[in-house]
Design a protein. Structure first.
Lengths: 441, 281, 489
């Protein structure tokens, strides 16, 4: 590295080969007698230029205009599809950036090669370069494919959503109609229309309460169970652990639908409670305006579904805890509670900070609980396109999928995203596990 | 020895308490499952015909209907689709996740930390939060109604969860690698001949979790599979009316039982794998 | 240093973008004549066309659709046309799937759905001169009319009418009904003739059975069936413009109060969209859980099948059971409502004190997707299914009430009842407009709210006419907000 930097400081760009590579990818490599590499790089640039000429430029213009001719499907006239233009525009921009990166790498490579030549070293041939890939740059090999996947299926949708938030896509404006850029209009609607701001306040408050409550419940429930199943006096541990395994293994869409049926008005629980005379005739758990009964049921179902996974995690961690530590504590006369309070808890807490964070995030975005527990789309009074048990993510679903208000839904998810990203980044970076990452090596 | 006799009554109470708690917990977890299974054998097929919790009359009629009334339920088709998606995603995901986790754990390169942070941020933005975007992208790629579209989504989604596996690889001491590298083995060889055998529990864990996600997922398929012939079990079962509760329960059994069996059989790996990764994520 | 450079480049790009976006001149589609619009239907049917037909769940489950497809393919063998079941969810969104080629070619939907697509340009205007529409009443045809390029174009071929009717089990009538439940001695049981009778009977059944049986059983939150109570007392959906939402018009609160009373006697198990899915079971099970229901006429087919099964299980032969099921399931017009809206009182003079209710109605039709590659073959299919004989076939197989008056007369029964109600102006056709989509969710929420008020709510709030009026005003403002947001977005 240092050599390269020195070389580049003095004379990197004065060398004709480096300059050639700056003008056209791969030219410099050719003059360094790296023919195959040079040719490949030149092909890449030619390909890229062709791409730009035939599609790229058009795509980028399309990204800005979002289409200029409106289609008339009833006449079979295909116009511009704003939405796909947006998608392809983004893709092209990404490709351009990637190409810029490749260009940069190409210059770096030629600078390095020239430096080697000046030092009198032999220039690597193509086969040797490939060898390096397998060895020193193994990471390049293994990460490329996953990176491409993640870019297409994870990053791209986020960018797309982020951009849609600044358009008027949705409602009546869907292809074949043309979508246009509207700046911060969607955010203005969310923050100024009384229906939205009121609904958002209520939902956000409940969402935070839910996330904190359910994380607490799931985490300590799991921990408690793990300790219980770890008790020395318990025989057939493997057998007993099969039961929580059920909850762990059954797909949640089945579990939650099952719970819905069990607790709904015509289900057995409400029926039996009424038969036994424990509740009034008008008792109901899941109904149109039930708020707290359904929320509590949500907590229960969430615990049923989530506790086992934390439990198994904690079981594994507890088995790692050193026995000597406990032995010493016992000799010192610490009782079981003290052992738990001063030994087990700090150890487990330390080891599972990331688990708490990820549980919190998952619970904050727990879509399925209330989606399955209130299967009907009914909106409670005081809520706009939402019900009292809905979390932000359910509301977003209502907006985008049920009501096709895409730009509003996107704006909402951006807000949600900013909120969550900030929270988890801070939590993660300040967690002990992150800071001490390398101390284990 | 004499001391022990002293503690005994106290200990007996404690033991009894533990067993009582364990019994309660086991009941809480087992009961809904048993209820669901029994409902599947309900002769009338409707939630409201239950007597208290349990059916008045048992029969195999629901299963007969599920498998023979192909105008309504193409169950084996759904099941085949689900299995295909889950199995292929499992193979691809496992491969990718292990490769990525190993790389990130073993190598130090410039954008490494940035990548980990980016993963973390992307991870809090689950795919279906971008449903509209995803739908548009999938239409552009002609992957609507296409099981491969789902497979790609699951694979890339699973890759995002590599931090657990990375945590595990971090626990393999670096000295092992150094020795092998000194012997002149290439990094690829080191990975194949040293790392992989050492990480069997982790691989089992990865394969299992990446099989179960597509197997049990509802949101993505319900969005991307328009054509009924490409439906998975989750989509199919959720399209049923409420009055077909028994059919739902019966259909669920074939989805849940294999997973339970797998989990129980592999519980050792599950416990080891999950915690190994979590401790030093 | 580097970062600020990047920032500058970004800024420059943004400006460039803004300029570019401003430059983008946009052109609309222009305007077309009728001949131009219909040109795609001219000439011979495409060879080897594959058309995907989306029909409702019932047509698929009964196997009717497959039979029709086979018959069509046979009839058009010369062109090697292959019509297939689109195999999609009944409510698949053409707007979302059509442009990308994943939608159906021919689709069977209600008018609010089809006309929403028509407004968006997703379905084709049909060459009505080629279709047999002479026997379809103008009110029905108008539902599919939309002005496009200054022309009155029709976007669907009406096949079936939907509105509400009452279906009851004759064998569940109390043995002494002629003495006890026929005050006006006209041979029609009071509980299926007036809402007051039905209310009283439901109450009696419920009390006698300890809540396990119902007189009337139906979903209390079904926007479509229950909006009739509002419409009967003077409400309307849209006036001359869509700014004029008339669901809170004077008198509507009387209807809403009537609904609230009804909800009180039906109970909380009916407060769920899903209550609808239980109806067939309740009405036809051996226990006779429900005596009657209010719903669409095509349910009758399912009811008959189920009741036959129940009878067979009870020991009858297949034939006896079928005959008995046909005999015992009776369809009548929806019960008359009291003029003062009080269903809890006993009527002294039925004719004088009640009136025939208005109900929400709709027309189901076949439409052709704009994105089809085979417009001619699709049109051929639409023509095929709208032939008299085939319409009759459909009506008989699915219990659908035909849109054609001559066919309705021939079929009699439900079809005739409904047809008469349409001609008497007692069926309020749901508006064929995109904006109609915004009324359903708020309406459902309103019915939920009011029904809950008289069943499970601790302290009821809708006990006065003013509060009910307030609920209706809120309904209108909710619809208005939804429409406004839909416009902005």
């Amino acid at each position: 590295m240092e050599a390269v930097q020195n070389a580049s400081k003095k004379s990197a760009f004065s060398d004709y080969r480096v300059r050639l590579s700056c003008i056209f990818m791969g030219l410099g490599q050719l003059f360094c007698r790296q023919f195959i590499k040079g040719a490949l790089l030149m092909l890449l640039e030619i390909g890229f230029i062709l791409f730009l000429v035939f599609a790229g430029v058009e795509n980028i213009i399309g990204l800005f205009t979002l289409g200029t001719t409106e289609g008339v499907p009833i006449m079979g006239i295909e116009g511009d599809n704003s939405v796909s233009m947006l998608a392809w525009g983004i893709t092209t921009v990404v490709l351009v950036l990637l190409f810029a990166l490749a260009y940069y790498a190409n210059i770096k490579d030629v600078v390095y090669t020239v430096g080697e030549i000046e030092k009198g070293n032999r220039v690597k041939n193509f086969f040797e370069s490939c060898q390096t890939l397998l060895n020193k740059k193994f990471y390049f090999l293994t990460l490329t494919l996953p990176l491409v996947f993640v870019c297409i299926f994870n990053v791209m949708p986020i960018v797309f959503t982020a951009l849609v938030a600044f358009t008027d896509y949705g409602g009546e404006i869907v292809p074949p109609k043309l979508v246009s850029w509207t700046g911060f209009q969607s955010f203005r609607v969310i923050f100024t229309m009384s229906e939205y701001i009121g609904t958002m306040g209520k939902i956000l408050a409940w969402n935070v309460l839910w996330a904190v409550g359910s994380t607490f419940l799931v985490y300590f429930g799991g921990l408690g169970l793990a300790l219980l199943y770890n008790a020395k006096c318990l025989k057939w541990k493997r057998f007993w652990r099969v039961f929580p395994m059920f909850a762990y293994a059954i797909p949640s869409f089945i579990t939650l639908t099952g719970f819905y049926f069990m607790f709904c008005d015509s289900g057995p629980i409400v029926g039996l409670l009424k038969d036994w005379g424990w509740v009034k005739e008008n008792f109901t758990i899941i109904s149109y305006d039930s708020k707290w009964s359904l929320r509590l049921l949500g907590f229960f179902c969430c615990a049923w579904v989530g506790v086992p996974s934390v439990m198994f995690l904690a079981t594994g961690i507890l088995s790692n805890a050193s026995k000597d530590m406990y032995e010493a504590a016992r000799l010192d006369g610490a009782n079981a509670f003290q052992q738990f309070r001063y030994l087990t808890l700090p150890f487990v807490l330390f080891a599972t900070t990331p688990v708490i964070i990820s549980t919190f995030i998952n619970q904050f975005n727990n879509f399925s609980i209330f989606y399955f527990l209130r299967p009907e789309t009914v909106y409670a009074p005081g809520y706009f396109n939402a019900n009292s048990s809905d979390l932000l993510i359910n509301w977003m679903y209502n907006l985008t999928v049920e009501n096709r208000l895409y730009s509003l839904g996107s704006a909402l998810s951006l807000i949600l995203f900013a909120f969550m990203a900030l929270f988890s980044l801070v939590a993660y970076v300040t967690s002990p596990a992150y800071k001490k990452e390398d101390t284990y090596r | 020895m004499t001391k022990k006799i002293h503690i005994r009554p106290e200990k007996a109470v404690k033991t009894a308490l533990v067993y009582l708690l364990v019994l309660i917990v086991s009941f809480l977890f087992a009961f809904p499952c048993i209820w669901l299974v029994l409902s599947a054998f309900n002769a009338e097929g409707d939630l409201l015909t239950l007597e208290g919790f349990f059916p008045q009359e048992y029969s195999f009629d629901t299963f007969r209907r599920l498998f023979t009334e192909t105008n309504k339920y193409t169950y084996w088709r759904w099941f085949g689709n689900t299995f295909f998606v889950a199995a292929v995603s499992c193979i691809i995901s496992t491969f990718l996740v292990i490769a990525v986790a190993y790389t990130i754990s073993r190598y130090r390169f410039k954008s490494r930390k940035a990548m980990m942070k980016a993963t973390l941020i992307l991870g809090i933005f689950p795919n279906f939060m971008n449903m509209t975007a995803l739908f548009v992208i999938m239409t552009q790629l002609h992957l609507i109604n296409n099981l491969w579209g789902l497979i790609l989504l699951y694979s890339s989604g699973a890759t995002m969860g590599f931090l657990v596996q990375k945590g595990f690889f971090d626990t393999i001491p670096g000295t092992i690698y150094d020795a092998a590298t000194l012997d002149g083995a290439s990094d690829f060889r080191v990975f194949i001949s040293i790392t992989l055998p050492l990480s069997k529990p982790m691989i089992v864990y990865t394969a299992l979790t990446s099989f179960v996600w597509p197997w049990a997922d509802f949101m993505l398929p319900s969005m991307l599979l328009v054509d009924k012939s490409s439906w998975t079990v989750a989509v199919g079962l959720n399209s049923l009316d409420d009055s077909e509760f028994s059919i739902f329960a019966a259909g669920s059994m074939f989805v849940a039982v294999p997973i339970i069996a797998l989990y129980v059989a592999l519980s050792k790996y599950l416990i080891q794998g999950g915690s190994a990764g979590a401790v030093k994520e | 240093m580097k970062k600020s450079k990047l920032f500058c480049v970004g800024l420059a790009l943004t400006f460039a973008a803004l300029t570019l976006a401003a430059c983008g001149e946009r052109t609309g589609g222009g305007t077309f004549t009728y001949e131009e619009l219909m040109a795609k239907f001219e000439g011979d049917i495409e060879q080897n066309a594959v058309i995907r037909v989306l029909d409702n769940q019932m047509a698929i489950e009964t196997g009717h659709l497959q039979e029709v497809l086979d018959a069509f393919n046979e009839a058009y063998k010369a062109y090697n046309v292959n019509a297939v079941d689109a195999n999609m969810d009944q409510y698949v969104d053409l707007e979302q799937n059509g442009p990308d080629g994943y939608g159906p070619d021919v689709l069977y939907q209600a008018n609010d759905m089809l006309m929403r697509y028509a407004e968006g340009g997703h379905i084709l205007p049909l060459p009505t001169e080629q279709l047999d529409t002479a026997e379809i009443p103008e009110t029905v045809m108008d539902v599919y009319k939309l002005e496009t390029y200054g022309l009155d174009l029709y976007y669907g071929m009406p096949v079936a009418q939907q509105s509400t009717v009452l279906t009851y089990r004759k064998d569940l009538l109390p043995a002494n009904w002629e003495a006890e439940w026929d005050d006006n001695q006209n041979g029609v049981p009071d509980m299926v003739e007036t809402m007051n009778g039905l209310y009283a009977y439901s109450k009696q059944v419920k009390e006698a059975s300890g809540g396990s049986k119902y007189g009337l059983y139906m979903s209390l939150v079904d926007q479509y069936f229950n909006s009739g109570y509002l419409l009967s007392f003077g409400a309307y959906v849209f006036g001359d413009t869509h700014d004029d939402i008339g669901l809170a018009a004077d008198g509507a609160e009387v209807g809403l109060n009537l609904f609230r009373d009804l909800a009180g006697v039906l109970g909380s198990t009916c407060i769920s969209q899903n209550a609808t899915t239980q109806i067939a079971t309740y009405l036809t099970n051996a226990a006779g859980t429900a005596f009657c229901t209010i719903g669409t006429p095509d349910w009758l087919t399912t009811f008959r099948e189920n009741l036959t099964e129940t009878y067979v299980r009870g020991g009858m032969t297949e034939e006896e059971a079928e005959a008995a099921a046909e005999e015992n399931l009776v369809v009548v017009a929806p019960p008359r409502l009291p003029k003062d809206g009080d269903i809890t009182k006993e009527l002294s003079d039925m004719e004088e004190e009640t009136f025939a209710p208005t109900t929400m109605g709709g027309v189901n039709a076949f439409g052709i997707s704009s994105y089809t590659k085979y417009p001619k073959a699709s049109l051929a299919f639409v023509k095929f299914v709208s032939e008299y004989e085939n319409l009759k076939w459909r009506s008989e197989a699915l219990g659908a009430v035909p849109a054609r008056t001559d066919l309705a007369e021939e079929l009699g029964g439900v079809s005739e009842i409904l047809s008469e109600r349409v001609s008497a102006g007692l069926v309020y056709m749901m508006p064929s407009s995109r904006d109609t989509q915004y009324i359903w969710d708020p309406l459902s929420s309103l019915f939920n709210d009011v029904a809950t008020d008289n069943t499970t709510r601790e302290t009821p709030v809708y006990t006065t006419a003013e509060s009910l009026k307030g609920a209706l005003d809120k309904l209108v403002s909710d619809i208005r907000s939804a429409m406004a947001v839909g416009d902005i977005s």
